[in-house]
Design a protein around this ligand. Structure first.
Ligand SMILES: [Zn+2]
Length: 278
């Protein structure tokens, strides 16, 4: 599933292709892909609007439109956005936005789990209510040790499950939480409230660091969903992962003889080194 670095990469790549273009016509090819409003109102509401900017909030990509409109994309597991020539067909296409300049923004989603919403002036429908409760973005300066400490202290839940909680660390998912906890030397199943101050300081720092690295390498393409860049290319952070997807391999930390282990935690796989993650 695309996490913060993947959605940010998509945003950066789409920006020069979309901003300043007008949406001539929108076509919904599968109705349930539109989360709000109903498909017909969605099509007429989008037509004629000019794209003014692209923003991101957590794992959501927000296409800013003139007159205060916003197209909010949630790619879920396998949603894919591409700008194509207007007459080009796209496999599993669920919605298409015809643009000026004979181009089209295509929203493809093989599993049809992803969604797009049209909202006005940040008045989010119920399905997007979670966006209003999101915590800080770990790559922003205000996400510091004090903030993280405040969210983790006294909590009996595992530190990993709290990192996945969008109200704590917005945009973080399974891959980057495992990688951050490895860099911080913290076992994912530790009770969040048991972390020492120095560990929280380290965790806040490496969380930002690993997400920035993910952006630098255009995200992680592996496993389910096969995230791709808008031009169809792949990210390359998967080559730099230390623990995620590396069960059975030798730990990369210098001097550590540990073997990476995988464990189920709340239906997800968690990867860690049993030797150097306390
Ligand atoms: Zn190790």
């Amino acid at each position: 599933m695309p996490e913060l670095p993947e959605v940010e990469t998509i945003r950066l790549k789409l920006w020069p292709l979309l901003v300043g273009r007008r949406i001539v016509r929108a076509r919904v090819l599968r109705k349930d892909i539109v989360g709000f409003p109903a498909a017909r109102g969605f099509e007429s509401g989008v037509a004629g609007r000019t794209i003014t900017e692209l923003r991101r909030r957590g794992k959501y990509l927000i296409v800013g439109l003139d007159r205060g409109g916003e197209l909010v994309f949630h790619l879920r597991l396998s949603g894919h956005l591409a700008v194509v020539d207007r007459d080009r067909k796209v496999e599993y296409e669920r919605a298409r936005f015809e643009l000026t300049g004979d181009k089209a923004l295509s929203f493809a989603e093989p599993r049809a789990l992803g969604r797009v919403y049209l909202v006005q002036a940040s008045r989010y429908p119920k399905a997007l209510a979670g966006m209003l409760k999101m915590g800080l973005e770990p790559i922003h300066d205000d996400f510091d040790a004090a903030y993280l400490h405040d969210r983790l202290r006294g909590r009996t839940a595992s530190v990993k499950s709290l990192l996945l909680d969008q109200r704590v660390a917005c945009g973080v998912g399974n891959i980057y939480s495992d990688e951050a906890l490895f860099r911080a030397g913290i076992r994912p199943l530790r009770r969040a409230g048991s972390l020492e101050k120095a560990e929280v300081v380290r965790l806040a720092r490496v969380l930002a660091e690993v997400l920035r690295d993910g952006i630098k390498w255009c995200g992680t393409t592996m496993g389910d969903g096969r995230y791709r860049l808008p031009d169809g290319g792949t990210g390359s952070f998967q080559k730099r992962l230390a623990v995620f997807g590396r069960e059975g391999e030798r730990c990369q930390r210098r001097g550590c003889a540990g073997e990476i282990r995988r464990q189920k935690l709340g239906g997800r796989s968690t990867h860690f080194c049993p030797v150097c993650q306390r």
